[in-house]
Write a protein that binds this ligand. Structure first.
Ligand code: PLP
Length: 374
């Protein structure tokens, strides 16, 4: 099997499996008790937090473990606005876990402004500047698009926001950007940043919310007061250990230049077969969105799967919905967006296998066009 759907999820690194296993089997104590065995587990949680913080560019106390990035994003929208009456600015390129919470607060009466994308898949900076004003309470901009890999200029957008609305809080969904973009979170200047372990060789069901020192948020989950009183619930110690191991391993083996070169090679192969690359510029290097003329992505995806190649066709969590909200915001119609494949790479993607996969995909596309599906 050649697995190229890493934007949906990644294979869990062996070191992360071992870390989780040890925490489940041996170090199973509750980290919030006062006897030594539990205190050791608490220390391991704090060490994991510090190891992640060191790599992603944050202070350990700025990172809060959550159950997933969806939770982190919802937390910011439900509890992260100081001025509940202020407006909220998001982009049309947000993942559903930002877009839907934004629509929920809109249905309760908040003025939610959705800023359009350029054809290149990033936020239109002029439209963004026009949307933010002195009454803006919260801004949320996806760091790297999960659909196309387009990288938003978050640092610049933070500056625009600070100049126009000194009280606005800035959130970025960094699920496809953390570690992969090589930018430190604290250097971006954001107030909040969400991430998830399963996009970096860690398990599903563990995420984090970065909260800049001095920024306040009300807890969404109240109870025993874990995570500095802000996110109650006994910490998922096995997955926290796995998260730290995965982030370390990813950062250690990742070669962003090589990944970007591989993406370019694959792009050229598809272009030479008459395909079009969506959002070709300013890309994270890990995601390649390919428009394959005359072939429905779902059929191509399934035929490729039969031949051992696994690729995506847009956000996995919106898999059952027709069309694609983000691609249509970039100017593609429904028929076009249904012909887009998403090929996504990871730190451990084998270049030769990826090239072989691209050949298999183009053969499958030809077979579908000519009606010879086998
Ligand atoms: N945000 C982006 C950009 C994503 O790609 C995903 C996952 O697909 C999420 C948020 C949700 O992450 P999680 O699965 O941890 O809830």
């Amino acid at each position: 099997m050649i697995y190229l759907d890493n934007a949906a999820t990644t294979r869990v690194f062996e070191c992360a499996v071992s870390a989780a296993e040890q925490a489940m089997r041996d170090d199973f104590f509750n980290p919030n008790v006062t006897y030594k065995s539990g205190v050791a587990v608490k220390n391991a949680v704090e060490q994991a937090r510090a190891r992640i913080a060191d790599i992603v560019g944050a202070q350990p106390r700025e990172l809060y473990f959550t159950s997933c990035a969806t939770e982190s994003n919802n937390w910011v929208f439900e509890c992260g606005r100081k001025n509940k009456k202020g407006n909220v600015v998001i982009t049309a390129g947000e993942h559903a876990s930002v877009y839907e919470p934004a629509m929920r607060i809109k249905s309760r009466g908040t003025d939610v402004r959705v800023v359009r994308l350029t054809r290149g898949g990033i936020v239109d900076t002029d439209a963004f500047a026009a949307a933010v004003d002195e009454n803006t309470a919260l801004v949320s901009v996806i760091h790297v698009s999960n659909e196309t890999g387009a990288v938003n200029p978050v640092k610049e957008l933070v500056k625009i926001t600070r100049a126009r609305s000194p009280h606005a809080l800035f959130h970025s969904d960094g699920v496809q950007g953390m570690v992969k973009c090589g930018e430190r979170i604290d250097d971006l200047g954001v107030d909040f940043y969400s991430a998830s372990a399963h996009k970096l060789g860690g398990p599903k069901g563990i995420g984090l919310l970065y909260m800049r020192n001095g920024v306040n948020i009300a807890p969404m989950l109240c109870g025993g007061g874990q995570e500095n009183g802000l996110r109650s619930g006994t910490q998922n110690t096995p997955y926290i250990a796995a998260f730290a191991s995965a982030v370390e391993r990813f950062a250690e083996i990742d070669d962003r230049k090589k990944t970007a070169e591989l993406r370019n090679t694959l792009s050229r192969m598809f272009i030479s077969e008459g395909c079009k690359i969506i959002a070709p510029d300013n890309n994270s290097g890990y995601i390649l969105c390919v428009y394959v003329p005359d072939v429905r992505a779902e059929i191509l995806q399934n035929l490729a799967c039969d031949k051992g190649v696994i690729v995506g066709k847009g956000a996995a969590c919106s898999g059952s919905k027709r069309g694609n909200r983000v691609l249509s915001e970039m100017g593609l119609n429904t028929a076009e967006s249904e012909r887009c494949l998403r090929i996504s790479l990871s730190a451990d993607t084998d270049a030769e296998q990826a090239v072989q996969a691209a050949e298999i995909i183009t053969e499958c596309a030809k077979a579908i066009r000519s009606g010879h599906l086998g």
